[in-house]
Each structure stands twice: as C-alpha cells, then as structure tokens.
Design a protein around this ligand. Structure first.
Ligand code: HEC
Length: 116
C-alpha cells in the first residue's frame, strides 16, 4: 500500500517546485553604508563631522591603499583587526572582495558612498 501511495503521490511531487524566494542581490555599497560607515564614515576617511579623526582606519589614505593588495584588504575585513570586528560570518569571500574592488578602492575623502 505504501508503494501505491508513493506512486500516486509521484506526479504531485513531480510538479514544478515553487521557486525559492531569491535572496536580494548583494550590494557592496549598501553593505558599506550599513556596516562600515558607522566607524569608517560614509566616505571611509573616519573623519567626524567636526573634522577630528575617529579611531577607525582612514580607508581613503593613498599610501595605505597602495601598500595593500585587494586580497589583503579583503582578509582584514573578514578576519577583523584590533578594534575592527571580523565580518566572516556576514560576508562570503566573494562579497568581501566585491566590497574591496567596488567600494574601498573607490573611496574618496569627502565623497560619501551612495547606495546604488
Ligand atoms: C566597530 C567599528 C568598525 C566597524 C563596524 C568596521 N571597522 Fe574597519 N576598522 C576599525 C578600526 C578601529 C580599524 C583599525 C584597526 C587597527 O589597526 O587596529 C579598522 C581597520 C579597517 C581596515 C584596515 C586594516 C588594515 O590593514 O590596517 C579595513 C580595510 C577596514 N577596517 C574595513 C572595514 C570595512 C569594509 C567594514 C565594513 C564591512 C569595517 N571596516 C567595519 C573599526 C571598524
């Protein structure tokens, strides 16, 4: 009987699966504004509105940008550093790399990142 039930149910199970809700596409800009700007500032320079420097690294610093490879920066983001939290659980390696190439590399002091 169980086999019969399976056979009867088979056509039902064969129906097109309900499409899984598609996860919203990862937005590197949105992620930066939501998770990084609080410490690094919307332009990444860690400058407070009064002009003073915050504790976070100035990601717009040209010398720092030059001295670090994309991979090294992505790693710092994933693993954290000093007071900088690790983002391993919230970012895949691909996403961390996107954050570097699409946002961190394009940061310009005084120009806030825009959600696209
Ligand atoms: C809670 C505050 C805080 C948040 C949130 C934060 N950072 Fe940081 N970040 C810091 C601090 C502080 C440092 C300096 C760490 C040190 O050198 O001790 C830093 C350093 C860095 C560095 C430089 C590491 C190096 O090589 O010197 C990068 C790159 C960076 N942050 C990127 C990001 C990105 C991207 C995000 C968002 C995904 C982010 N941070 C979120 C506080 C934060």
């Amino acid at each position: 009987m169980r086999l019969l039930a399976l056979l009867l149910a088979a056509p039902l199970m064969g129906q097109a699966p309900t499409p899984a809700p598609t996860a919203p596409a990862f937005s590197a800009h949105g992620f930066f504004l939501q998770h990084c700007a609080g410490c690094h500032g919307q332009d990444g320079s860690a400058t407070r509105p009064d002009g003073s420097k915050g504790r976070a690294a100035d990601l717009t610093d040209v010398a720092w940008q030059k001295a670090n490879t994309d991979a090294a920066i992505a790693h710092a983001i994933l693993d954290g550093k000093g007071h900088m939290p690790a983002f391993k659980g919230r970012l895949s390696e691909d996403e961390a790399m996107k954050l570097v190439t699409e946002v961190v590399r394009k940061l310009q002091k005084g120009t806030p990142v825009k959600a696209n």
